[in-house]
Design a protein around this ligand. Structure first.
Ligand SMILES: *[C@@H]1O[C@H](CO)[C@@H](O)[C@H](O)[C@H]1NC(C)=O
Ligand SMILES: *[C@@H]1O[C@H](CO)[C@@H](O)[C@H](O)[C@H]1NC(C)=O
Ligand SMILES: *[C@@H]1O[C@H](CO)[C@@H](O)[C@H](O)[C@H]1NC(C)=O
Ligand SMILES: *[C@@H]1O[C@H](CO)[C@@H](O)[C@H](O)[C@H]1NC(C)=O
Ligand SMILES: *[C@@H]1O[C@H](CO)[C@@H](O)[C@H](O)[C@H]1NC(C)=O
Ligand SMILES: *[C@@H]1O[C@H](CO)[C@@H](O)[C@H](O)[C@H]1NC(C)=O
Ligand SMILES: *[C@@H]1O[C@H](CO)[C@@H](O)[C@H](O)[C@H]1NC(C)=O
Ligand SMILES: *[C@@H]1O[C@H](CO)[C@@H](O)[C@H](O)[C@H]1NC(C)=O
Ligand SMILES: *[C@@H]1O[C@H](CO)[C@@H](O)[C@H](O)[C@H]1NC(C)=O
Length: 312
């Protein structure tokens, strides 16, 4: 009896097929994913399969614009829009092929099938054309970051490429939008930079076909901070003939230079902010001014110290 059961199964399958055939609606499906990434210059096919009626009229649209139309199996060739003939081809099976696809062919492509009396069917693909990312450079605006400035901007430029994702890093840590950083367009803006922003910045640029990391070291100009002035030995006053040194230091980048001024005269006997006073006389008593200067930013600060010298 086995063969009979088999025959019954087969006949029910046949019945379903026939039934569907009689009522068939046009239907079209993408073969593979509806999001297609392609490298510029390559050949790419938006492949479809359809069923429901023989020889429907098929039209491919880019967005709302028709780019090609064909009656399947007809003897006349597909009609392709002006300006796209070098690139587009409608295959015998209705799929759309791009030959050496240029970047500007990125877009949403819809294929619409129509057959009178059987309605229409459509399916949409998103085609993204990428170029491999090449020759990325990171530039800064202005040249140096400066503490106290409103902002400092790092920006990337590249010879070619379509970027799908970008990630900025500082000393290896990922950066996000915050009160300190603004990531926008092709740039990273550091808001109100401080000396702690000194370090290595990089940007990772990615698309499905390439990824490139580019680094840039950033130095932050700052200071001079408030100078620290010390006398050695530290005493409230000195006797004629005593010796002492005044030292003057201030933080900053680049390292600030210090200069001592007494009674309007720049003193010469100092080295790296250390002023050497030997065998002091009462005439040397008075206000000494240490002036510190950031040679690059020309920021300046000064601090006064009073030397009291008494005769014996
Ligand atoms: C694209 O297809 C054309 C033929 O249609 C062929 O000559 C060419 O080598 C192909 N290009 C690539 C990148 O595969
Ligand atoms: C095109 O015609 C052939 C027979 O010549 C047929 O087998 C095929 O199904 C037809 N294709 C379509 C898409 O109607
Ligand atoms: C349609 O034809 C093209 C080119 O001949 C082929 O690459 C593709 O695989 C075909 N697609 C289907 C669904 O048969
Ligand atoms: C393509 O379609 C998607 C989703 O439908 C939409 O978000 C996107 O903006 C469209 N792209 C273009 C270029 O029209
Ligand atoms: C781009 O980079 C390649 C190597 O990575 C180099 O040979 C080429 O000269 C660069 N082009 C430009 C315009 O900088
Ligand atoms: C950061 O914020 C700006 C403005 O608020 C926005 O345009 C940008 O897309 C955001 N960037 C990220 C990576 O979220
Ligand atoms: C950044 O500085 C580090 C060490 O301080 C050095 O190894 C690296 O080559 C520098 N990178 C660039 C892009 O100048
Ligand atoms: C200060 O000057 C004296 C004599 O000129 C010298 O012996 C001493 O080393 C100097 N000290 C410093 C800190 O320059
Ligand atoms: C230091 O002293 C000079 C002269 O005595 C004076 O002109 C100046 O304002 C003083 N500077 C500070 C920071 O006190």
């Amino acid at each position: 009896m086995k063969w009979l059961e088999g025959f019954q199964k087969l006949s029910s399958v046949l019945f379903i097929l026939t039934f569907q055939g009689a009522n068939c609606q046009l239907a079209v499906f993408p073969i593979g994913p509806a999001l297609v990434n392609a490298l510029a210059g390559s050949n790419v096919t938006l492949a479809v399969s359809f069923r429901g009626a023989p020889d429907p009229v098929l039209t491919w649209f880019k967005g709302n614009l028709p780019v090609g139309t064909w009656t399947l199996n007809s003897s006349s060739p597909p009609d392709i829009a002006d300006g796209s003939r070098d690139v587009l081809r409608i295959e015998n099976n209705g799929s759309l092929t791009f030959k050496g696809v240029p970047k500007h062919f990125s877009g949403n492509y819809t294929v619409e099938l129509t057959k009178s009396g059987l309605g229409q069917a459509l399916v949409t693909f998103t085609l993204k054309i990428f170029e491999s990312i090449q020759n990325v450079t990171l530039s800064t605006q202005p040249d140096f970051a400066q503490e106290g400035a409103e902002r400092f901007t790092l920006q990337y430029t590249m010879l070619q490429g379509v970027v799908e994702q970008e990630i900025w890093y500082f000393n290896g840590g990922k950066l996000k939008n915050s009160t300190r950083y603004l990531i926008k367009g092709r740039s990273l803006v550091i808001l109100e930079p401080t000396r702690t922003d000194k370090g290595s910045y990089s940007v990772l640029l990615m698309n499905p076909f390439s990824s490139v990391t580019t680094h840039r070291n950033v130095t932050v100009l700052y200071g001079p901070d408030e100078p620290i002035v010390e006398a050695l030995p530290a005493q409230p006053f000195y006797k004629v003939g005593d010796s002492l040194v005044f030292s003057c230091q201030a933080e900053g980048f680049p390292k600030p230079t210090a200069e001592w001024v007494f009674m309007g005269q720049i003193l010469s006997d100092f080295h790296q902010g250390v002023l050497n006073l030997t065998n002091v006389q009462t005439s040397q008593g008075g206000v000494y001014t240490c002036s510190v200067l950031n040679g690059l930013t020309e920021e300046k600060r000064e601090k006064n110290v009073t030397l009291n010298v008494y005769g014996m």
